[in-house]
Each structure stands twice: as structure tokens, then as C-alpha cells.
Design a protein around this ligand. Structure first.
Ligand SMILES: *Cc1c(COP(=O)(O)O)cnc(C)c1O
Length: 220
């Protein structure tokens, strides 16, 4: 099926409250344009270098989500245009985002990435690390970042019960943080979970953002 058809099928299927991020990592500018031409505007990349090289070649009204592990020395290159950094996994990274956003007079929206999977390889905070970050004086002084919610990746497994359990854990983390830190901040509302293999479960559990690559663009 074509990229256009894949996007249209997904949009018909997803509830209106769930945002679709078309994950375009490893895909060409031409393939991304094919998706753009359906009217889709939100795209995701997981490598700073790749995003930096593709962004100038594509329409400027694309909303780029950064979804991968980022080194602090790359932040300044994506700060001018990135729409949402979904993968904040340390105070150090957040500090650098705040600094670069301040330099260019922006407030950059971010999600805190949580480690919810069994695999050790996935990046992300645990609950105590997140509260440590949010309680820190350093964070409380930041004026150029806005935390809009949480992101996580479930274990890559056929065991749907396991996946569902992990998504519930992320939702529980979201609820606890919302009540403790963000009750008055309306913009803290995003739970980014669900990929090509598990987005249906994620949506059932309460995802507000799904990040889908191979179901749109084909296998990488
Ligand atoms: C690659 C990637 C996705 C999309 O994966 P698919 O299985 O191709 O849908 C989603 N989230 C993150 C963080 C990724 O790196």
C-alpha cells in the first residue's frame, strides 16, 4: 500500500484526540514529501544529525518531534525549529535545552521519557529520577522549557499483557506527576506511547500521541 493510503487508514482509525507522529527516520526527503502531501504535518526523527540535514530540505511548516536519545552538544542545532522534544531523560539535557532556547528567545515544549520496558537498552527516567529533576532548584528556575507530559516505549514482545501493563505504568506515572506538579498547567496533557506494533493497545490505555514509522513508510 502507498504512503498516502497508510496515513489515511491510520487517521481514519485513530480517535480524534490522538495525535499521529509519522516517524520518518532513515526515510528519504521524497518519501516524507509523499506523506506531507496528504496534509500530514507532524513528523518524528530519532537522530539529531539526520533531523538537522533533512529539515532545511523540507517544508517549513512541518512540526518536528525529536524522539531519540540526544547528546547535549546537538541541542543548539535543533532548538530553532523543533516542535516537541519527546525524549528528555536527564536534568543535564533539559538544562541545555533551556539554555539554547533562551539564547534564541523560545520556549521549547518537552516530554519526560520514562523507562517502562523490561529491556535494559531503552533510555529513560524512573519515577524517583523524575521527581528529583522536578524538585530541583535548577529545574524550577528554567524559563525556556515547558514540560507537556511523558513518553515511553514498551518492551518489544508478542506478550500483549506485558505491553499493556507497561503502558498502564506510564499512564500511572503521568497521573502522579500531573497531580503533584502540574495540576494547574493545562498544557501538561500528553502521554506519548504506541508504535507500529503496539499502538492499538496504547490507544486503549489512553495514549494521546502515537509514533508510527514502519506502518506508514514500510520496513526500515
Ligand atoms: C523508530 C521509533 C518509533 C517508530 O517505530 P515503528 O515500529 O517503525 O513504528 C517510535 N518511537 C521511537 C522512539 C522510535 O525510535
Amino acid at each position: 500500500m502507498s504512503i498516502r493510503q497508510n496515513i489515511e487508514n491510520l487517521k481514519n482509525e485513530l480517535p480524534e484526540t490522538v495525535k499521529l507522529v509519522a516517524v520518518s527516520k532513515t526515510k528519504s526527503v521524497e518519501e516524507i514529501l509523499e506523506a506531507y502531501e496528504t496534509g500530514h504535518r507532524i513528523f518524528g526523527e530519532n537522530k539529531a544529525q539526520e533531523l538537522i540535514s533533512k529539515q532545511p530540505e523540507l517544508p517549513q511548516d512541518i512540526q518536528w518531534h525529536f524522539i531519540g536519545h540526544m547528546q547535549t552538544n546537538k541541542v543548539k542545532y535543533i532548538a530553532p525549529f523543533v516542535s516537541l522534544i519527546e525524549s528528555v531523560d536527564s536534568l543535564k539535557l533539559l538544562n541545555e535545552i533551556n539554555k539554547q532556547a533562551n539564547n534564541i528567545g523560545r520556549v521549547i515544549d518537552c516530554l519526560l521519557q520514562f523507562h517502562i520496558a523490561e529491556e535494559e537498552t531503552k533510555f529513560g527516567l524512573d519515577f524517583n529520577e523524575a521527581t528529583g529533576l522536578l524538585n530541583s532548584e535548577e529545574f524550577q528556575a528554567m524559563k525556556n522549557v515547558r514540560i507537556c507530559g511523558v513518553m515511553g516505549m514498551a518492551t518489544f514482545t508478542e506478550d500483549t499483557g506485558q505491553v499493556r501493563k507497561e503502558f498502564y505504568l506510564l499512564k500511572e506515572i503521568f497521573n502522579r506527576l500531573k497531580n503533584k506538579y502540574f495540576i494547574e498547567q493545562e498544557s501538561f496533557k500528553e502521554i506519548s506511547m504506541g508504535m507500529s506494533g503496539d499502538y492499538k493497545i496504547a490507544v486503549e490505555v489512553g495514549s494521546t500521541i502515537v509514533r508510527i514509522g514502519s506502518l506508514i513508510f514500510g520496513e526500515r
